[in-house]
Ligand binder design. Sequence first.
Ligand SMILES: Nc1ncnc2c1ncn2[C@@H]1O[C@H](COP(=O)(O)OP(=O)(O)O)[C@@H](O)[C@H]1O
Ligand SMILES: [Mg+2]
Length: 256
Amino acid sequence: MAEEIKPQIAKDPASKLLALVSHKLKTPLSIINGYSETILSTIQPGEMSSFNIQALRNISKQGQKMALLVDRLVHFSSINELKETDIKKEEINLYSVLTEVAAKCIFRDDAVNVNSSEETMRRKGPNVEIKCSEETTISADKKLFIMALEELLDNSIKFNNNMNKRLKLFYYEEEGQDVVAIADNGVGIKEEESHKIFETFYQVDDFFTGQIEGWGLGLALVKRIMALHKGHIAMRSQYGVGTIISLKFPKPQKDK
Ligand SMILES: Nc1ncnc2c1ncn2[C@@H]1O[C@H](COP(=O)(O)OP(=O)(O)O)[C@@H](O)[C@H]1O
Ligand SMILES: [Mg+2]
């Protein structure tokens, strides 16, 4: 079933609070992480019990994890704060952007770590097919468009336990819109989850996806980016088969 998600731009108190809290967390966290790492790297033999060393290692590990989350929140908030007038639309050569983003994402495929090492050995890297003419251009803010694509490719690779992960990136025109779609042969999304996954912090909690690291901010970020472009996101998925997510950009107005 095709779902059309109409993103809206709204400045709510919750997003303001999120921006404030994430900025305020940065300083105390960097102090906690800085001190725990310094102590761990300068500690002399016999100076501290093994229990205390282990405790310090845990503090450091969790602190680093938290710092990543705070960075992600700060990034998310900064995109959330943007207005439609802040974005810089330009004519982008789609083929070269898709090629660049696909190459980057393939090398970041760490989703394989959720399975046993034996299975990891047998897996192949994702196979990405790009279907669009080398002349195709779309009108978008390049930085934000790349950000959205990276989130989608990351999901297509992460939420995919197929031995041969296959991704297809393609372009088509539809009702005066430029559509860029990403299809995968991943775990798929159940119909009852199809709207929820675009909400901030939402992650599907089932056997496979529950093991994958993340904070449920990626699709909310993509939704925001599409709202800034006055565009839409459409999602089609079959549980256990795969997912297609389409980014629909309005075509630029031609000068008369
Ligand atoms: N291509 C996909 N295939 C299957 N499930 C997906 C896909 N993309 C997103 N999802 C589901 O939607 C949820 C939200 O995605 P996202 O906002 O990017 O958060 P995160 O990647 O941090 O989990 C994911 O946790 C996952 O359950
Ligand atoms: Mg994601």
